[in-house]
Design a protein around this ligand. Sequence first.
Ligand code: NGQ
Ligand code: ZN
Length: 452
Amino acid sequence: MPRFFFDHALLPEGWADNVRIDVTDGTIAAIACDTTSEGAAFRGAMALPGLASLHSHTFQRGMAGLAETRGPGADSFWSWRQVMYRFLGALDADDVETIAAMAFMEMLEGGFTSVGEFHYLHHAIGGARYADIAEHCVRVAAAAEETGIGLTLLPVFYAHGGFGAQPPVEGQKRFLNNLDSFARLMEGAARAIAPLPDAMLGIAPHSLRAVTPGELAALLDTWRTGPVHIHIAEQVKEVEDCLAFTGQRPVEWLLANAQVDARWCLIHATHMTDSEAAALARSGAVAGLCPITEANLGDGIFNAPAFLDHGGAWGVGTDSNVEINAAGELRMFEYSQRLGLRARNVVSRKEGQSTGGALYRGALAGGARALARDEGRIAVGAPADLVVIGDEDRLAGMKGDQRLDAYLFAAAARSALHVIRRGKIVVAEGRHVARERITARFIQLLGRLQSL
Ligand code: NGQ
Ligand code: ZN
C-alpha cells in the first residue's frame, strides 16, 4: 500500500501539518495528521488536490507557437481559426494520438490531474469516415492511458458553419455528424473509455453556431445525464450574430431555451451583461474559463465580479494548449481582471481572503463538477490525485493560503512539482515518467508536418 508524507496538505477542512496518506487501489484509504513519516516512500513539502483542465482540444497542441506571425490583414480569432483548420487538415489518427499524449503529459507536468477533452476532430483527412466512427476517441483514450491522466471525454456534436444552419466550410468537414451518426459515435466513445479506471463521458454541442435549436433539444432529450459542455459568447461577432438571428445574446438565449443546471459547463462565457452573469451563476452551471487561450486569441475579459458575487461556479481549461500550466491559467484569470478593472485581488471577494486560496479552491470545485469527477479533495475515499511542491525552502515562512499565493504568483514556488495520480508518481521533479518516449514521437511528427 503506497504511503506518502507531506509537511503541509490542503484538506477540505483546511491546512494540516505532518500529514501521512495511505492509498489503496488508487484511492485515499487513510489520512493521519500531526504524525511522523514512518513507512512513507515519498515525502514532499506541500500537497494539493490536482486540478482539472476542464476544456481541451489536444490536437491544437501540435500548432502551439505556429500562429503567432502577422497575416495579410488584421489578425483575429477568425484568422487564427483559418490557420487551425489548415493545420488539422494534415493530421491522421496516429498523429492525433501522438499529440494527445504530448498534451496530456504536459498537463500532468503542469499541475493538472484530469482533463475534459472537448473532442471534435472525428473523421479522416478530407472528411471520410473511419471504419470505426469513434477511431479518434480510441486514440484519445489510449493517450490518457499512456500518460495516466483522468479523462472526461466530451464528444462534440458539430453540424453547421454558422447561425441559421449555414453550410459548413471545407475546413469543418472532419467535425460533422448528424444526430444518427453522433449516436453511433457516442456508443464508440463509451467503448473507447471503458478500459480506463475512472473515465467519464459527456456530450458537447459545439456552439450555438454549429448546432440548431432543434438539434440541441434532441441531444438533451437523448443524453439526460452526464456533463454538457458548450462554447458560448467567446467573441463579440458571435454575440452580434446571435442577436441578429435570435434577438437574444448567447447566454441569455441558452438560459431561456435549455434547462441549464449543474450538469452544464459554459465554455468561455466571456461576453455577459451583469444580469446574464447573475442568472448563469444562479443556474449552478460552471463557467469554463480558459484564460491563457482567451488572451492568446483576443477574446475579451470575463465578467468575474458579477458572476462571483452571485456565487457562480467556475473552473479552468487549457483549451488550445498553447501553454499548459495550471498555476498559469489561474494567474492569468486574476491578472486579466486586474488589467481590465485597474484593481487588485479581484477573484477573492472577501476581506482577508487570499487570492491564491480563492483561485485554487474555486477551480477545484468547478473542475470536479464540470467533469462529473469525484475528485478535487484530499479525503478518504477520493482518488489519490495530488500535486506536490517538493522543497520546503520554496515555501519558507508561509502560513496557510499564503502557500497558494506563492504557488500561483511567485515563480520559485512552482519549480519542483511532483504529481501523483491514483497513488502513482507520474511526474517527478517536473518530468513525466514517460517523457522521453512521448516527446520523441512528438518531435518526429513535428518534423514531418514542417516538411509538408
Ligand atoms: C475550437 N476554439 O472549437 O477549437 C474553437 C475555435 C470555433 C476556441 N473557441 C473554433 N477557443 O469556435 O469555431
Ligand atoms: Zn474550445
